[in-house]
Design a protein around this ligand. Structure first.
Ligand code: NI
Length: 190
């Protein structure tokens, strides 16, 4: 089932995300729905809070980028309870990012190129992997969602100022995107 995407300003994107255990209610269905929703919206990554569920689950499929990054061919992963260790000694790069929850905005974000990732897959098998390059960026972006952080929190103050109106509009529910979305509930007037 395709789920609506929760948009910038919705409190679910800033709420605490719980650790997931095998008895998490409806887990396999949720993962299936996250995948369907991500493909439907042409995303390359999605985190559970983006579909309104505050749980530590991420799905990534970067195969569409294989033309530019051959190492990404066929790469997709379900990350449950992912934990990132940043290699502080690694160089960082700046690249443009976007986010299904922040439609119409693309901004440069600086990120470390190399991380170590520990996670469980949908069968709760443990995995450990060093990840670099573009995939490391996508993983960091998605895991940021689990820490209540959006890519626009990581851009320069000047750029943030420039997109302020667009962001404020999203908070007020004025948003245009070509998929079903859910905006913040209207604030009560004083
Ligand atoms: Ni995102």
């Amino acid at each position: 089932m395709i789920l609506p995407i929760y948009i910038y300003g919705h409190p679910v994107l800033r709420a605490e995300n719980v650790k997931v255990t095998p008895d998490y209610p409806g887990l396999q269905e949720l993962i299936t729905n996250m995948k369907e929703t991500m493909y439907h919206t042409n995303g390359i990554g999605i985190a559970a809070p983006q579909v309104g569920v505050n749980a530590r689950i991420v799905y990534i499929d970067v195969d569409v980028l294989a033309e530019d990054f051959p190492e990404l061919k066929g790469v997709n992963m379900v990350l449950i309870n992912p934990e990132i260790t940043i290699d502080e000694s690694a160089p960082s790069t700046t690249r443009e990012e976007g986010c299904l929850s922040v439609p119409g905005i693309h901004e440069n974000v600086q990120r470390i190129e190399k991380i170590h990732l520990h996670w469980q897959d949908e069968n709760f098998e443990e995995h450990d992997q060093d990840i670099e390059g573009y995939l490391a960026r996508v993983v960091q972006h998605e895991c940021d969602h689990l820490e209540k952080t959006l890519f626009v929190d990581r851009i320069s103050p000047i750029r943030k100022q420039l997109i302020r109106t667009k962001l404020n509009n999203m908070v007020k529910g004025k948003v245009s995107c070509d998929y079903r979305c859910k905006v913040a509930p209207a604030r009560r007037k004083k």
